[in-house]
Design a protein around this ligand. Structure first.
Ligand code: DAH
Length: 354
């Protein structure tokens, strides 16, 4: 028994890992282990012999089990120490800087405009940027050979021979969304449609792609008075100060009567300030939707009427945030974007202030 004790305690002490330890456990106290076999021999002994050998064997078994457990724990501790040595992390190292992007002024202003008009009950409508020329022109009461069709500097899309669909254009304004929204939702309707529009034009105040927001409100007795209130309310919330408007008679094929709207501003010191002074700045086109347009939208103009307006978003961004050059909007110059961009966390809300 002393030999067994010596053999296993030494081997357990020397075990290099858990597999060796497990093999030792099986060899000593497993079902067919040496100690277990010895215990089975107890049955063949005389009661006197058994009285001496029994407790000794039990004690040996306990001792071996205890040594196994202790060694197992020691091995685990060593393994952990090894891991801690190789996997250490210096928490005092400086973090790796991550470049933060910014929200483009056009996106910011689009969100602002949407927040204000949504609060007045307008929902957002969308249409394709590659538009059927019927939606872009005909449905808006601009027939073939109408001068407005030429004035728009339209980008026409290539049409395959044999394709008998109508030609397509890059939409020259957001007005076609009026037609799509009316066709989809019928009357009454109150929508805005912000988005990209395209015209072949490029100078300090024009880029071939820019942004507009269209407004449309159709109901049984909507009038120019409603249009005027909505716009004055809109400008005052947008600029954060009460803004007077001036309606000038104008002409658009899709509205009758039509008005161009100016907002009050001052020009002192070479900078424009909205909401003060004696000057005026033209910011949008509007009017009462032409019966032909309402009809193209699938609505009966004898029962329904309303107003529409179209406004340049980029222009609004320039005015509100004092950005001088339109072309810089689309240059993707990182210095410009960091300077005029907005934090991704400053989501425009009415309650948070615009
Ligand atoms: N579509 C016009 C443009 O791009 C703007 C416009 C004028 C929109 C009058 C309207 C409107 O809805 O009623 O210049």
């Amino acid at each position: 028994m002393d030999d067994l004790r010596q053999k296993y305690l030494t081997a357990i002490g020397d075990a290099a890992d858990e597999t060796v330890l497990e093999d030792l456990r099986v060899a000593a106290v497993g079902k067919k282990g040496e100690v277990s076999l010895k215990m089975r021999e107890l049955g063949k002994m005389t009661p006197e012999e058994r009285q001496v050998a029994g407790p000794k064997l039990n004690a040996l078994k306990d001792e071996i089990n205890a040594a196994l457990a202790a060694k197992k724990e020691a091995l685990a501790d060593t393994a952990l120490d090894e891991r801690l040595k190789s996997e250490w992390l210096d928490v005092t190292l400086p973090g790796q800087p991550r470049r933060q992007g910014t929200i483009h002024p056009v996106s910011q202003v689009t969100e602002e405009v949407t927040a204000i008009l949504a609060d007045m009950g307008f929902s957002v409508a969308e249409g394709p940027q590659i538009e059927d020329d019927w939606f872009n022109f005909d449905a808006l009461n601009i027939p073939d050979h109408h001068p407005a069709r030429g004035e728009m500097d339209t980008f026409y899309m290539h049409r395959d021979e044999g394709d008998n669909r109508l030609p397509h254009v890059l939409r020259t304004h957001t007005s076609p969304v009026q037609i799509r929204a009316m066709q989809k939702h019928g009357a009454p309707i109150r929508v805005i449609a912000p988005g990209r529009v395209y015209r072949a034009d490029y100078d300090q105040t024009h880029t071939p792609m820019f942004h507009q927001v269209e407004g449309l409100a159709i109901d049984r007795d909507i009038s120019m008075a409603n249009l005027k209130w909505v716009l004055e309310e809109f400008f005052s919330v947008f600029f954060g100060t009460s803004v007077k408007t001036r309606f000038r008679a104008s002409h658009f094929p899709f509205t009758e009567p039509s008005a161009e709207v100016d907002i009050q501003c001052s020009w002192e010191g070479g900078t424009v300030k909205v909401g003060e002074g004696e000057g005026w700045l033209e910011v949008l086109g509007s009017g009462m939707v032409h019966p032909n347009v309402i009809r193209a939208g699938g609505i009966d103009p004898d029962d329904w009427q309303g107003f529409a307006f179209g406004m340049g978003i980029d222009r609004m961004a320039m005015l509100k945030y004092g950005i001088p050059d339109l072309r810089a909007f689309f240059d993707s110059d990182l210095r410009w974007l960091r300077h005029y961009g907005f934090s991704a966390l400053s989501v425009p809300t009415l309650h948070g202030g615009l």
